[in-house]
Design a protein around this ligand. Sequence first.
Ligand SMILES: [Cu+2]
Length: 150
Amino acid sequence: MRIPRTALVALLPLGLAIGLAACGESDSSAPNDRDDASDEAVESEETVEEVEYEDYTDSDEVLVEATDNRFTDQYVEVKAGTTVEFVNDGLNPHNVFPSEDDAFEPIETENFDSGDEGSVTFDETGEFLYYCTLHGTRTKGMVGRVNVVE
Ligand SMILES: [Cu+2]
């Protein structure tokens, strides 16, 4: 039985989500969630939609496949301390970057060509969004999430 985890996370200034290519832009105003309840996202923020996670909380190691151009399983729930292994089963190079800068150490393109593997260990709880910078934006396209629970 899996429990769908729902969480609204006010994540990114909208400009960042759209103007992704010019990364490195830093936070001029820290996001805060004072107005979560309203049905329209605050103009300057993007509300991240809820997703249903595959429950891997019984597994110590979880495999996520990158193919051309998606992650499978796209949404996984794991317990803190779990290592998520990413495998590039596609024909093209990909990468795995946190949507929120520095949330975890990225898997760089040069280390994630077809057939390559890379792993990320999630020690802290929380919802971690990630994406392939070659085939997605921080919130759309080739994206995925890891929800880390106790
Ligand atoms: Cu990709």
